[in-house]
Write a protein that binds this ligand. Structure first.
Ligand SMILES: [Zn+2]
Length: 465
């Protein structure tokens, strides 16, 4: 009896150790993204279970570090917050590499119609492959709007990342869009909105709180005014946000202007759709009056410089950067490299304005703390500060593209490929180790993704080439 009790006690303690273990990384460069953009050389960070309990100079934290269960030497390493992308469609990985040269035409002609060949199973694998790409580059959280949103939720849960997920809601026929045919199928739209509600009921705050669910009205042209209003009501009912494309393409811009006699932003505002819980992606055609409406309503801007540059359009970036509209950066789809996004946010801005407007530190904040704030999660993630969740990445600084290093954040933003990311922690749990994802065998996922993609391309008439 006595022995049994001892055994139980020991088991309980072991259990406690698994869930409440502490670790410290010391002697590293720590990029905090706190309000002073503090970078601590010879820095250390201590994590207890899922939270950061100390950040500072190694020598000031020695005593606390000694008490940790695991002590990691971070010499020649840089620790930063996990990166956050505020606009994604990870299942769109099935369109990687062969759709980008076609820009907008290809988008309507091939992508939208090929989306009809997706199903819950292949979508899971395309989502997982997309997450795998961006996670290995240091992204710990995405904001994703697409079909088969529950497959995305499953992939996020399995790989160990964080996400806000919405279901793609629209009431046109995707095959008609290439012919600029906007015939409405309202009942199908309401069914999709019901699927969005199911997603919220099933997945909101699930996976230990790593997954949150919002409403995903796709765009002003692909949604009737009635469906947009119904989406607004659903978001209000559950107290969640809305993620929508706005003024994304020439086709949308022209359709909204021709049909309603106003811009996409004005149209949404006229429906009472815009509030401070709405994230508008792209805004490529938003003008000065539209920017004033966004400022008044508090609606936010997910800027996607890479996909916009591929489309050959770009928002009025100088006006946005100097406006009060909260903004952060998103990957969008097919190329999910946050470092490339940050560089494009700087370089394309300078190319289109002829001015040195955007800087490395701001671009970095737009994929860390500003991104967390955009998603209403700035209190729990996006920076390395005491009390926040331990969402962080460890970068190998001893790479030819990173030395010599004087100013840390610009060195990273201008030179990282993403392959220098060695370790990724989400909620204090290691999900990437030595550059490898721990959840599934990467090679198997990639082979499976390739064969499933070939099936979709065959149905879409673009395979074999
Ligand atoms: Zn998008």
């Amino acid at each position: 009896m006595y022995c049994e009790e001892e055994e139980k006690k020991r088991e309980k303690e072991e259990e406690k150790e698994i869930y409440m273990s502490t670790f410290a990384i010391k002697n590293a460069i720590v990029v905090t993204c706190n309000e002073n953009d503090e970078v601590i050389r010879d820095g250390a960070i201590i994590v207890d279970d899922n939270k950061i309990t100390a950040v500072g100079r190694t020598k000031d934290l020695e005593e606390k570090i000694r008490e940790c269960d695991e002590i990691i030497d971070g010499r020649d390493k840089i620790i930063t917050p996990g990166l956050i992308s505020v606009h994604d469609h990870v299942i769109g990985h099935v369109f990687k590499g062969f759709t980008e040269d076609g820009a907008e035409d290809y988008f309507y002609k091939h992508c939208f119609s090929m989306e009809t060949f997706l199903n819950p199973e292949n979508s899971y694998w395309f989502a997982y492959a997309g997450l795998m790409e961006t996670l290995k580059f240091g992204c710990t959280m995405i904001n994703d709007l697409f079909h088969y949103s529950q497959s995305t939720a499953e992939a996020v849960e399995d790989i160990g990342m964080k996400a806000i997920i919405q279901h793609k809601v629209f009431d046109i026929d995707l095959n008609n869009l290439q012919h600029k045919n906007y015939e409405r199928f309202y009942d199908a739209g309401i069914k999709r909105l019901e699927e969005n509600e199911e997603l919220i009921k099933k997945w909101h705050n699930k996976a230990d709180g790593r997954i949150k669910c919002w409403v995903g009205n796709h765009a002003p042209d692909t949604n009737s005014p009635e469906l947009l209003k119904a989406g607004r009501e659903l978001a209000d009912k559950y107290g969640v946000g809305i993620h929508i494309h706005v003024a994304q393409t020439v086709q949308e811009h022209e359709m909204i202007n021709n049909t309603y006699g106003m811009s996409s932003v004005k149209f949404l505002d006229s429906l009472g759709f815009l509030k401070d819980d709405v994230i508008c992606a792209h805004l490529a055609f938003a003008d000065t009056e539209d920017i004033a409406i966004l400022e008044r309503t508090g609606a936010k801007f997910a800027h996607c410089p890479v996909i916009m540059a591929k489309f050959g359009t770009f928002p009025r970036i100088k006006e946005f950067l100097t406006s009060k509209v909260p903004m952060a950066i998103g990957d969008d789809w097919v190329t999910l490299n946050p470092w490339g996004d940050m560089r494009a946010a700087i370089e394309v801005t300078r190319a289109v304005t002829g001015e040195a407007l955007q800087y490395a530190i701001r671009a970095f904040r737009m994929m860390t703390i500003d991104a967390a704030n955009l998603l209403n999660l700035g209190d729990e993630t996006g920076s390395l500060e005491v009390g926040k969740k331990a969402d962080l990445i460890v970068i190998d600084a001893l790479r030819p593209n990173l030395v010599p290093m004087k100013d840390v954040i610009p060195s990273l933003v201008y030179n990282m490929t993403g392959n220098e990311v060695e370790t990724v922690y989400v909620d204090g749990k290691k999900i990437v180790d030595e550059g490898r994802i721990l959840a599934k065998d990467e090679i198997e996922v990639m082979r499976k993704t390739q064969s499933l993609a070939e099936e979709v391309w065959t149905k879409g008439g673009v395979w074999p080439e």
